[in-house]
Every structure is written in structure tokens, then in C-alpha cells.
Design a protein around this ligand. Structure first.
Ligand code: AMP
Length: 564
């Protein structure tokens, strides 16, 4: 279901920005109180829905004193995960018109303000996946898909007077390779007007510029002639929309051509400022699983600032980056207490008790936002305006500080994405650190790690971790052996170390896959309805199709000799 809460002071213009800052300072200062008020508004709006009635009966808890209401709500409504809501969502999709989760149908999405020149353009690498109708006649699709197709997306452009370079036909074609080519072509056609470059997740920008390295010559021809490569773009609607927009620009084409020849010799370092001389920054989600693409993004961005985007999900927007000038590695997100009613489950890692293999963390009772502690890790639980009640989001965050009374969160990882064979447990973040260590050796050779994922092989005994790497450049086998060894010893989880010493977990295996393997994975996900705009390479997978693709594309295997 779609996040939808536009009551939080989204708007445009300088006065409005001052108002937003004042409003933000007020709600941060009074975060605990604002949270209870938010919960009251959610309950007032939805008290009659079936899900809540089953749990609360006829007690109108929204009419109670704020603290009493909060306590009663959290004691009567249980924590829920996606599986608990699935039957309700299915009924809604099938056309059940009863008020199951929300009283009102949800239609709105948040808008944001960007500090740019009016009349400027935005080069946005955005993609809609296919929308489809459910049995009950609802339009279903990812959150970004709905957003790009929405009136709000158009209104945002009109109000800010800054337009995305690509027409709707390019964004919603459903063919990401063709869309990427057109995004790049149009971005270059309007290059002197482009104010900043963006995508939802950093992966899409890196993916687009990597494609550009291959197709820039064709793009130059199209800019010069005002044409569109017929072998690359076959969709009639997209062809028409792009051809209606562009016209021949021979001078610009020659300039791009000269720049690209030079850039090619520099391995495309500083591509963004060279080709988009008026761009002020690159804006995208660069934290969490996107951190891997930072290095490549920095390479393309040269000296242009990278601005890390806010923290949100399809279920609810969560926090904003209040220090946009900080490097993405140091960014934290101040929770906005009006977006949803948030609770935080304290979690403790490094569990030694191996009897409980069900979960990867020890949990304490959830606490409200006003009671979170500095340095503690939590899983986020939310009660939203969109019909989620005490819903476990599955994200692990750490409280890194406070903005007045509201916590500033560090995104740690997705909770369930863990590598585990037996008593060992490694999160996405642990894996990222291990891969960073291993790939440092790689960097010394001038080669580059394009992408990676992992899999816990428990079919063969003893079970062991497999890490798949796609590499750009040539690397000697000796170096790859060292990388494999380095990664094995870099897992510091005591469960892993003990298991490796006793050989109850076998040597780590490093598989090098052919160039293009991760592109195949992307194709697989997009082919199954994922939107490129929301795509995140899974850092750990047990999906059999994916594991088969990875194994089919493996060209070299190395086994760690650590712990021998
Ligand atoms: P989606 O399910 O596609 O809406 O993606 C939402 C998920 O993306 C969140 O639950 C997080 O796991 C991740 N995410 C969103 N924003 C950020 C961010 N700023 N930093 C790290 N991860 C994020």
C-alpha cells in the first residue's frame, strides 16, 4: 500500500521554506507530545476500521487522555508484520469495499522542496514499472510508479517551475534500457539548464552512467541530428514523445563528443560536471545498501557535492537529512514525528545463545520515540495514516544523536538480510564491511568491484558463505586468493569465528562472475515487476533462480585458506 500523508507542511517558495523550518523546530522540540497527537489523529481517522475494531472493541481510546491512549493502544494492538496484513490487503485488492484498514481511500504522496533556480531542469533517472488492475479494480504498482503517474508529480514541477528532462512516456515505458538512453539523451539536450541530477536510489545513476560509457557515440549522433537511434529505441510512444521534444543541435553534439573523448581517457572521472556544467549537486539515497555505489558515484561526480536523500519507505516517510552538506557516510535522519506514530524495538546483537536460531537479535519491549537512547539499535515499528498498525518495518537503525527532542537515526541495515549457517549471524552491514576490506586489495591493482552479493550454502556440508563479485579490470588469481582470505578473516561475529575454527562452517568461497551478471539479475527483477527506481541488489540471497544465474555466470572460484 502507498504512503500518503501530505499534511506536514510541504510546499514551495522562500516564505514557505522559513515556515517549514519553524514548524520543524517546533515539532522536534515537542516530539513526544506531537507523536501522541499524531497517534490520536490516526485513530480518529480510522477508529471504525475492521482491523482496529477487532483489537480495540468499542473503546474509543482516541477520546482518552494522551498518555492513557498511547499505553492502551500499544497494549491492545499487537505488533504486526506483512504476513499479518496480507489477508486484509488481498481483500482490498479483490474489491472488498468494507473499511478494513483505513476509513478513506488513500491518494496523496509527499512532495519535497529543492533549492534550485526557477526554470531549471532536473535530470532524473526515474522509472515506473507496469501498473496493473487487481480483481477489485484497484491500480497496483510500486510507490514510485504511482508517484510518477500522479498529479502531484506534475504539480511539483509546475509549482517549482523546474521540470524533469524526460516526458512521461520515457519514465513509464517499462523498458528500462530504452528509458535510460532517452533520459541521457534528453539530459544532454537540456544540459545547460540542468540544475541537479537525481534518482531514488544511487544505483540508478551509476547504472545510467555505466550505460552511457557504452552508448555515448549514438547519443552524440542523435543530439547532432535531432534523431533517435531506431535500433536502441523501438517503442512508438516513446519515440514520438522524444522526437517531439528534441531538435538538431550540432554545436552541442560536437562539444559533447570532444568532452567524451577526453573523459574516456580519464576512465570517465568527473563526467557529471563536464557534461552538465551548471549542475549544483547529485541527490539520491546513498546510505544503507546504496553505500557500495558511492565510490563510483563520486568518481562520476568529480568535485560536485553528493547530497544524501531522506529516509523513507513505501509504508511511510520516516526522517529527513537535516545536514545535507555532510558526506553520505556521516548522514543521519531526524525523525519527523508527524509522519507516523513510531515505536522502536530495542535490539541487541551478537547473540551467543545458539538454541534460538529463529531470530538474529535479542529484543526488548518497544519504546515510544521520546524514550529512545543514544547509541542503541532499534527496529522501527510504525502506525501510519495509511492503515498500518504497529507494523514492523524490518529496518535496523541506531540513534546517533538528537535534533531537539527527536532522534537522529543512522540507517544500519535491513533486519532479515543476514548471512547465517548455524550460530553465526552477519547483517548486511557486517557483509559490507567485509567486502570493503577484501576489495581494498583489489583497488591496488586498478580493478574495481562493480557489484556483489552473497549466499549461505547449507546444501553442501559443512555449510559455508559464498560471496559473488563482478569485477571491472584484470586481476591476478593470487590477488583474488588474498581477497578471499581477507574477507574470511574480516567476519568478526564470534559465532562465525568459532564455527570457522572448529570447521563447522567451511572456508569462505569467492566466486567471480562474468561482466553483466548483475545486469542479468536486474533484468530478472524488472522482468518480474520490480521498478528500477526502487531496485536494490540483494546483498544476501537464497532465491534459487538468482543463485542459479550467479552460478551459471561464475568464471572463477577461490576458497579461503584462513583458519587452516
Ligand atoms: P521501498 O520498500 O522500495 O519503499 O524501500 C524502502 C526501504 O529502502 C527502507 O525500508 C530502507 O530499507 C531503504 N531505504 C530507504 N531510504 C533509505 C535511506 N535514506 N538510507 C538507507 N536505506 C534506505
Amino acid at each position: 500500500m502507498e504512503a500518503a500523508n501530505n499534511t506536514n507542511g510541504n510546499g514551495y517558495g522562500n516564505n514557505y521554506e522559513c515556515d517549514i523550518i519553524r514548524w520543524f523546530e517546533y515539532i522536534s522540540e515537542n516530539a513526544g507530545e506531537v507523536q501522541r497527537e499524531t497517534l490520536r489523529r490516526i485513530l480518529e481517522q480510522n477508529y471504525d476500521v475492521e482491523y482496529l475494531k477487532k483489537r480495540l472493541g468499542d473503546t474509543k481510546i482516541q477520546d482518552m487522555d494522551a498518555c492513557e491512549m498511547e499505553t492502551l493502544y500499544t497494549s491492545l494492538v499487537p505488533l504486526a508484520s506483512h504476513a499479518d496484513l496480507e489477508p486484509y490487503i488481498q481483500r482490498i485488492a479483490d474489491g472488498d469495499t468494507a473499511s478494513l484498514l483505513t476509513q478513506e481511500p488513500i491518494t496523496k504522496l509527499s512532495l519535497r522542496v529543492y533549492p534550485i533556480r526557477e526554470g531549471g531542469r532536473i535530470l532524473e533517472f526515474i522509472y515506473s514499472s507496469k501498473q496493473f488492475k487487481t480483481k477489485g479494480g484497484l491500480t497496483a504498482g510500486t510507490a514510485t510508479t504511482h508517484y510518477y503517474a500522479s498529479e502531484e508529480f506534475k504539480i511539483k514541477q509546475e509549482k517549482t517551475k523546474s521540470f524533469t528532462c524526460s516526458p512521461e512516456e520515457v519514465i513509464s515505458s517499462g523498458e528500462y534500457k530504452q528509458s535510460t538512453y532517452c533520459h541521457l539523451l534528453l539530459g544532454l539536450f537540456f544540459s545547460d539548464q540542468v540544475e541537479f541530477i537525481t534518482s531514488t536510489f544511487a544505483y540508478s545513476i551509476v547504472q545510467a552512467f555505466t550505460a552511457f560509457e557504452e552508448c555515448w557515440q549514438d547519443i552524440c549522433i542523435d543530439v547532432r541530428e535531432g534523431s533517435l537511434s531506431s535500433s536502441r529505441i523501438t517503442l512508438p510512444k516513446m519515440r514520438k514523445a522524444v522526437l517531439d521534444t528534441i531538435s538538431p543541435k550540432p554545436y552541442l553534439a560536437s562539444k559533447i563528443e570532444v568532452a567524451c573523448k577526453k573523459l574516456e581517457s580519464l576512465d570517465w572521472f568527473g563526467l557529471v560536471p563536464k557534461l552538465w556544467p551548471n549542475a549544483k549537486y547529485v541527490y539520491s539515497i546513498m546510505t544503507g545498501s546504496m553505500q557500495h555505489y558511492l565510490k563510483k558515484l563520486r568518481h562520476y561526480a568529480g568535485d560536485l557535492p553528493l547530497v544524501s536523500a531522506d529516509y523513507g519507505s513505501t509504508e511511510s516517510w520516516i526522517g529527513v537529512n537535516v545536514d545535507p552538506s555532510l558526506p553520505p557516510e556521516d548522514v543521519t535522519f531526524a525523525v519527523i514525528p508527524t509522519f507516523s506514530y513510531f515505536e522502536f524495538i530495542p535490539i541487541h546483537r551478537r547473540k551467543q545463545d545458539c538454541n534460538s536460531a529463529i531470530d538474529d537479535f535479542i529484543e526488548d519491549e518497544p519504546v515510544p520515540l521520546s524514550q529512545v537512547k543514544l547509541g542503541q539499535e532499534y527496529e522501527i515499528v510504525l502506525t501510519s495514516f495509511t492503515g498500518l498498525y504497529r507494523y514492523r518495518l524490518g529496518d535496523v537503525v541506531e540513534v546517533a544523536g538528537f535534533h531537539k527532542g527527536t532522534p537522529k537515526l543512522n540507517f544500519v541495515c535491513r533486519r532479515k538480510l543476514i548471512l547465517t549457517v548455524n550460530i553465526d549471524k552477519n547483517t548486511e552491514k557486517d557483509l559490507q564491511l567485509v567486502v570493503d576490506r577484501g576489495s581494498q586489495l583489489l583497488n591496488k591493482t586498478g580493478a574495481e568491484l562493480v557489484d556483489f552479493t552473497s549466499h549461505a550454502d547449507i546444501v553442501n556440508q559443512p555449510g559455508h558463505y559464498i560471496i559473488y563479485w563482478e569485477i571491472k579490470g584484470d586481476v591476478e588469481e593470487g590477488v583474488l586468493n588474498q581477497c578471499c582470505h581477507e574477507m574470511d578473516v574480516s567476519f568478526v561475529d564470534p559465532g562465525y569465528v568459532v564455527s570457522r575454527r572448529t570447521n563447522s562452517i567451511g572456508p569462505l568461497e569467492l566466486c567471480i562472475v562474468k561482466r553483466g551478471a548483475f545486469r542479468m539479475i536486474l533484468d530478472y527483477f524488472v522482468g518480474n515487476g520490480a521498478a528500477l527506481s526502487q531496485f536494490k541488489t540483494p546483498r544476501c540471497t537464497s532465491n534459487q533462480v538468482l543463485v542459479r544465474i550467479l552460478n551459471d555466470w561464475t568464471i572463477k572460484r577461490f576458497h579461503s585458506t584462513a583458519y587452516c
